[in-house]
Ligand binder design. Structure first.
Ligand code: DGJ
Length: 374
């Protein structure tokens, strides 16, 4: 259906049936049962005219950021009205399971693999009771976008493999400088020169905040905060999207980026990230590159307007194209509520590109007509 007609129909439905016909960033977003949507740190895919939104199912109180249920899914035909499809990847009651109840499952992203016909979910996994030390990437699979997803395994990516462009002299332990004080210029240089890549070479590289990006040639990449969140890694996935090819690179070494979200427009790759301040918001960053492998050019804060220096009190999560086409992109972010995580809200904004720089303007209320009118 043409965008214009779907906008008119959704407007009429909102009058007649009380349906939503707009986004109100930061407000409570009720699903079709009237319950605030519970899909945090999520991602959206578009399959046969239906959008699926996957996210972390949070609960009330201090422990509400741990996974007590699993990954939730909602479906929608118009992006405004969401039907709860339930928990599509469930935590397990078995204490030996890596995804036992009480582990941490963050930022789930689902992609469709055309070769295998499977839906593949990747997420940031932390093992129960180990804080954020495990730093693993978990993967699950399903035959349907509505799940159920079956948990496969988790990885410390790129075990025993050096990244592209890693200098010979950085590979040996003799490059290690002991007792460097954190955040000194010498320490930052040592990080840039791969001190932590070397440390984790045998064990595999850390993987915390992450996203998945599928390129036009169907190659997929895990983009993840690694090296104690100091450096992003871009790791190519195998053709079935379930493993790594051993081809990987580092991006913005010692740049301290979290929350990566990637999209491509007119042949240019763009990335929006945040700094690292736990659940507190900070200033977003943006980058562009002609290749997924870089070099990535830093473009500064993409946000404009009140509270732009705090990403409008939110943190990036994902970027997806409207109707699966590659001309209109929606930026998804989370306004975390660590004291009562279930109350976290969603900041969705249209992305504009101005002279090869992504721009996010704050809007109290907007709908898809914005893309036609701006
Ligand atoms: C910021 C990350 O972006 C979130 O996903 C979460 O891991 C918090 N840190 C935990 O403090």
């Amino acid at each position: 259906m043409k965008l214009k007609y779907s906008i008119i129909i959704s407007f009429l439905c909102s009058l007649i049936f009380g349906q939503n016909n707009s986004f109100e960033p930061g407000k409570l977003w009720k699903d079709t049962d009237g319950v605030h949507i519970n899909a945090h740190g999520g991602g959206v895919i578009f399959v046969d005219g239906i959008y699926y939104w996957y996210g972390e199912f949070k609960t009330e109180g201090k422990g509400g950021n741990t996974a007590l249920k699993g990954v939730s899914c909602y479906s929608s035909k118009d992006l405004y009205n969401w039907h709860n499809e339930g928990i599509v990847l469930k935590v397990e009651e078995n204490l030996k399971s890596e995804i036992t109840k009480g582990c941490i499952m963050e930022r789930p992203k689902v992609v469709f693999n055309k070769k295998t016909g499977k839906y593949v979910m990747w997420f940031h996994l932390e093992l129960k009771g180990k804080g954020y030390d495990a730093a693993r990437a978990g993967v699950a699979m399903s035959d349907s976008p509505k799940g159920p997803f079956t948990y496969k395994k988790s990885y410390r990516p790129n075990k025993g493999v050096w990244p592209i462009g890693f200098k010979e002299e950085w590979k040996s332990a003799s490059a290690d400088q002991k007792n460097l004080k954190s955040w000194t210029p010498e320490w930052l240089t040592a990080i840039e020169n791969g001190m932590l890549v070397r440390r984790d070479f045998e064990k595999g590289q850390m993987s915390r905040d992450m996203t998945i990006y599928v390129d036009d040639d169907e190659k997929a990449y895990l983009i993840h905060s690694s090296e104690e969140n100091l450096t992003l890694h871009i790791s190519e996935l195998t053709d079935d999207y379930l493993d790594f090819t051993d081809k990987w690179t580092r991006m913005s070494p010692a740049g301290h980026n979290e929350a990566p979200a990637v999209f491509k427009k007119d042949g240019i790759y763009y990335m929006i990230t945040s700094g690292c301040t736990g659940w507190d918001p900070n200033e977003a960053r943006s980058f562009k590159s002609k290749s997924i492998w870089g070099p990535w050019e830093s473009l500064g804060n993409p946000c404009i307007g009140k509270d732009a220096e705090l990403t409008f009190h939110s943190q990036s999560t994902y970027i997806f194209p409207v109707l699966g086409k590659k001309d209109q992109f929606i930026f998804m972010a989370d306004r975390w509520k660590p004291d009562n995580p279930i109350d976290g809200t969603y900041i969705w904004l249209p992305i504009k590109i101005n002279k090869e720089k992504p721009i996010l303007n704050w809007l109290d209320k907007w709908n898809l007509a914005y893309f036609r009118e701006n």
